[in-house]
Design a binder for this molecule. Structure first.
Ligand code: GRF
Length: 184
């Protein structure tokens, strides 16, 4: 049985996509949020997943006490200190083709920059924001008449597609199998 911790501060749609993808696999999830009101905790409750409110300052001790195979960030809005990023293998997803459009509002940044293609990136977490080693990316084309809301929807679908598959490949050491980027 593999153990995955998912840390999030907000909506939790990636968390839900991951949990559903692994439904019939031998994986046990723990949902952790630094925000007691975060909807990700509600999703965990609905999905029947163990959930904990863990204040930011207590996160290191919590992770040390539990032996997770993977620590996964999904909308976790805090910068993890070096003692944490240097002690564990931590994965994050970001809604752009890194290294382009780091930081907040990456989808809007790409939209306003009028690039033809943006996408999503799954990467390891290091001490710098959105700068760790890239594991996988998928592209999302920005069509001419697209609104920013439509782009957001496409990006989130691409995230929900890519993230669980990358985690599966990391957990079991299997090759990453993803469709052609244009189909996301
Ligand atoms: C996603 O767009 C992810 O790329 C970014 O934060 C957002 C989290 O969304 N890091 P959700 O909480 O998974 O719905």
């Amino acid at each position: 049985m593999k153990k995955i911790a998912v840390l999030g501060s907000g909506n939790g749609s990636n968390f839900e996509a991951i949990v559903k993808y692994f439904k019939y696999k031998d994986v046990c999830f723990t949902c952790i949020s630094d925000k007691i009101q975060a909807y990700i905790l509600e999703r965990a409750k609905i999905l029947g997943v163990e959930r904990h409110f863990v204040p930011y300052d207590e996160t290191f001790n919590y992770l040390k006490k539990n032996d997770f195979d993977l620590i996964v960030l999904a909308g976790y809005m805090r910068i993890l200190p070096s003692e944490i990023v240097n002690s564990f293998k931590i994965i994050n997803i970001h809604p752009s083709l890194l290294p382009e459009f780091k930081g907040m509002s990456a989808i809007e940044q790409a939209y306003n920059a009028k690039v033809k293609t943006t996408g999503v990136t799954v990467h390891y977490v290091n001490e710098e924001v959105d700068a760790g080693e890239i594991i996988a990316q998928v592209q999302v084309p920005i069509e001419k008449a697209m609104t920013v809301e439509q782009l957001e929807e496409k990006i989130h679908s691409a995230e929900h597609y890519l993230y669980p598959r990358v985690l599966e490949s990391l957990l079991y050491g299997t090759p990453l199998k993803i469709k052609e980027p244009q189909t996301c």
